[in-house]
Design a protein around this ligand. Structure first.
Ligand SMILES: [Zn+2]
Length: 654
């Protein structure tokens, strides 16, 4: 039966849809044959579906741009032209049933399909039948529906609204498994983006990232339609919607902007809304890395292959959206966070980042500056920790004081300087920068501003965490060379994005170098530190009230003295993206490439070291330390606590 409808000559899927499918009046804004002049950007995507090298298609489109119609047409066309099992995944049952109804409605209205679908009484909510094709229906928190079935075509709609289940993990990964049994298969995912955790945004980033380039009606320069004009680069001030402000730079009223808004071509030509749909009709999808010359010829090298083909549109490409309409929407939403997220998601088609930007280093200095001099310790301090981050030939280190309730202040920071003579002496050069840590950090007495509650006048670093990320073998050799008293105050640490079960740290013993295969003499004891826990914690501390436990201070150093330190601690921000296995993770990444983040790492490790010392319990720290100090002092046997049968009583700390 399907063969009867197969085209006599080779025609594309889009053309087949135009000839054979009719959209019903009841559910379609544009009834009748699918009219791709209304959605010019969809035609090419049908061709992607037929390209043998394309395994996945990612459509990041705003609402009302025809993306669900596209899925239905694709399902109908492939069901008839090349029958094979399929699956349709939706965020929930209701969305799925609505889609099923729309699909059957479309089939009933299309002569070519009406006799290929079952009569209404034989339709069920587990699958859709079209001729020889069965399309299983699955929704995101019913992973059972997704498992165990092999499908050649997998269609996923509105993936940013899919929910993860605690027990079965990410439904997208489960549904992706469905195509394994087929040599050639296709997964199509579509959605409007959401927030930081946007799945469609992450999927699009892994794709060849196509933009839909349209020609300027005046100069023929091919460009992407954008809302905000470019801020920098050769097209600064152009390539966007203009006419939102008056001559003095004030925002226009919504009504005035509706009339005044127009488009400025990247080369400066003015484009009116009346010309927009004509140029969109001439548009073409172009992968990132490539562009179109004036004659429309593809130039440049694509960033990635089209194995994962991604397409992204903003609302300006929509048939009914004029430049004025979009400008008016922006002015309506401006300054209101919830409304702005809608504008960002549904109009700009970008994920909305709720997170505030990393605080600027000057603001941090102004807010967190304290009274004590660099090198000295506030009187409330009970112990010190250090975080050290070795780089090529130097080590950046920070020393922090900790008090009751985890209140903390910077004591000192620096970069080890290596004695030129020792570097020349070949025997010492490998670890000379690390050896300098002994004098600068480990064996240094830091004076308290006044005697603290434990009666101490000076403090030494109780625990120093040294990163093994750079030349771990050298760190290990240096650690083994330390006298026992120092070695027990030093831990070798490694930063990890996250640890299983949200653990703050875990200890491992590494026997051989994964890079060189060389064994670590005696095994390297390595504490892995969760950045998800401690990078976040350090950043959160900057906003902590200054008069409550948990406050976080600097010293009284001037801005100039502290500049490098401040720039480095603020040069990291959390980024949500998929890891190698496709799981969403938070990665702390450098913001400015030309500035380091070593002092930032130092602070993260100093905090982790402090938490290790108190075993994450910040209550009654002074009392517990007092007990520990007493224990460590050689006491006369008479003073020792003993059980009635004469055995020493062990004082265990909580
Ligand atoms: Zn132009």
């Amino acid at each position: 039966m399907a063969d009867a409808w197969a085209p006599a000559e080779e025609i594309g899927l889009a053309q087949w849809c135009e000839q054979n499918i009719r959209l019903p009046r009841e559910t379609s804004a544009n009834p009748g044959a699918p009219d791709f002049s209304r959605y010019p950007y969809l035609r090419e995507i049908f061709d992607w579906c037929e390209a043998p090298e394309v395994e996945r298609i990612v459509l990041m489109f705003p609402p009302q741009t025809g993306k669900t119609t596209f899925l239905q047409l694709l399902l109908a066309a492939t069901a008839v032209l090349s029958a094979a099992p399929a699956m349709l995944g939706a965020p929930d049952k209701d969305a799925l049933h609505e889609l099923r109804e729309k699909f059957y409605g479309m089939c009933d209205a299309s002569e070519a399909l009406a006799e290929l679908v079952p009569p209404p009484r034989l339709r069920n909510n587990r699958w859709i039948d079209v001729g020889a094709t069965r399309c299983h229906l699955a929704w995101s928190y019913n992973t059972q529906r997704m498992s165990g079935k092999s499908c050649r075509l997998v269609l996923c709609t509105e993936i940013d609204r899919w929910r993860k289940t605690k027990t079965h993990g990410d439904p997208r990964l489960i549904i992706h498994e469905r195509v394994k049994a087929f040599f050639r298969s296709l997964i199509v995912e579509e959605s409007t983006p959401s927030d930081e955790d946007s799945a469609i945004d992450a999927a699009f980033r892994l794709s060849n990232q196509c933009r839909f380039l349209v020609p300027c009606p005046k100069c023929r320069h091919r460009q992407e339609l954008r809302f905000f004009p470019r801020k920098k680069g050769p097209y600064a001030g152009c390539g966007g919607v203009a006419g939102l402000r008056d001559d003095t730079g004030e925002w226009l009223s919504v009504d005035d902007a509706l009339a005044a808004a127009h488009y400025i071509c990247e080369r400066g030509c003015k484009i009116d809304s009346g010309q927009k749909n004509d140029i969109v009709a001439e548009g073409r999808w172009v992968p990132k890395g490539q562009s179109l010359d004036v004659k429309g010829k593809l130039v440049g090298e694509p960033l990635r292959s089209n194995r994962i083909s991604g397409a992204r549109l903003n609302a300006l490409y929509g048939e009914t959206v004029t430049f004025g309409k979009m400008a008016a929407k922006f002015l309506e939403c401006r300054g209101k966070q919830a409304a702005m997220q809608v504008f960002w998601n549904d109009w700009l088609c970008s994920r909305y980042m709720k997170r505030a930007k990393a605080p600027k280093w000057r603001e941090i200095w102004m807010r967190l500056r304290a009274d004590h001099d660099p090198g000295s310790v506030p009187e409330w301090a009970l112990f010190l920790t250090a975080g050290c981050d070795p780089g090529p030939g130097y080590v950046r280190w920070t020393v922090r004081a900790w008090g009751e309730g985890s209140t903390s202040a910077l004591v000192a920071w620096g970069t080890t300087r290596v004695d030129a003579d020792r570097v020349k002496d070949h025997g010492h050069s490998r670890t000379a920068h690390l050896e300098a840590l002994r004098g600068d950090v480990l064996e240094r007495d830091f004076p308290l501003v006044r005697v603290n509650t434990l009666g101490q006048k000076t403090l030494r670093v109780a625990l120093a965490a040294v990163d093994v990320g750079y030349r771990p073998m050298a760190v290990h050799e240096w650690w083994r060379s330390l006298p026992a008293e120092l070695a027990k105050r030093v831990r070798q640490v490694a930063g990890r994005a996250e640890l299983p079960d949200g653990a703050p740290w875990r200890k491992r013993t590494v026997e051989v170098s994964s890079r060189t295969g060389k064994p670590y003499a005696g095994g390297q004891q390595r504490w892995e530190i969760s950045r998800a826990v401690y990078s976040q914690e350090v950043h959160d501390r900057w906003r902590q009230p200054l008069d409550e436990p948990g406050a976080w201070f600097l010293t009284n150093a001037s801005l100039g003295q502290a500049e490098l330190y401040l720039q480095e601690i603020t040069n990291e921000a959390p980024v949500r993206r998929a890891d190698k296995l496709g799981r969403m993770r938070t990665f702390w990444e450098k913001i400015k490439k030309n500035v380091g983040n070593h002092f930032g790492d130092g602070e993260v490790y100093a905090m982790a070291a402090a938490e290790m010392l108190v075993n994450r319990n910040w209550s009654e720290v002074a009392e517990r330390l007092r007990r520990r100090l007493k224990q460590s002092q050689p006491a006369a046997p008479k003073q020792r606590f003993e059980t009635p049968d004469g055995r020493p009583l062990l004082i265990t700390e909580r």
